[in-house]
Design a protein around this ligand. Structure first.
Ligand code: GAR
Length: 202
């Protein structure tokens, strides 16, 4: 196999998707190629980023599917149609069931904006993670990229990077620092690492 075929699942702004597109353009991501972006939100700005980069997009809404099962079946179908090897959850704000995750062992990655096992699991997503970190008073936080299994944020860790909390941080300021100093670096690196192992067939 020449390159792993990657699908990125998104819900919002898509800055992590952008980091992957940039890594692809600069050659830091060279063992895999983003072939599809799936959003569970029609207004996700990530869709605009994908289109600008010439990547195929699909919108799958849980509401119109009627059930979690139908939602996941629709996503699976798209992944099969596009012959996807690697699924990247990049700000995808929907928990996937065991029925879905068990179909792709070690083939789903997620980026989470804390140092797992701190501030993670069901209910910890987006800005909320940084609010909780600040409320606890931690002095160091960061980001984690991990494989996805049936336990929310519980799969094997691939990369982590620490980021300092600074005096006077708001959740928004901390979120931006964690993205810039950690997420946008370790997500492309992890996607390259796993793509490489897929290409080599290991
Ligand atoms: C990122 O900080 C990502 O780590 C987080 O949501 C943000 C999405 O931003 N994901 C989670 O909290 C998942 N539990 P983006 O759409 O700009 O990439």
């Amino acid at each position: 196999m020449e390159k792993a075929r990657i699908a990125v699942l998104v819900s919002g702004g898509g800055t992590n998707l952008q980091a992957l597109i940039d890594a692809q353009n600069s050659g830091r991501l060279c063992s895999g190629e983003i072939k599809l972006v799936i959003a569970n939100n029609a207004d996700a700005y990530a869709l605009t980023r994908a289109k600008t980069a010439g990547i195929a997009t699909e919108i799958v809404l849980k509401k119109s599917c009627g059930s979690q099962e139908a939602f996941e079946e629709k996503i699976k179908k798209l992944l099969t149609t596009h012959r996807i090897d690697l699924i990247v959850l990049a700000g995808f704000m929907s928990i996937l069931s065991e029925n879905f995750t068990s179909a792709y062992p070690k083939r789903i990655l997620n980026v989470h904006p804390s140092l797992i096992p701190a501030f993670c699991g069901a209910g910890f997503y987006g800005l909320r993670v940084h609010q909780e970190a600040l409320a606890y008073g931690v002095k160091v936080t960061g980001a984690t990229v991990h494989f996805v299994n049936e336990i929310p944020d519980g799969g094997e860790i691939i990369f982590q990077k620490a980021v300092e909390v600074q005096e006077g941080d708001t959740p928004e300021v901390l979120q931006k620092r964690v993205m810039e100093q950690a997420e946008w670096i370790i997500l492309p690196a992890a996607v390259e690492k796993v793509s490489q192992s897929i290409v080599k067939g290991s």
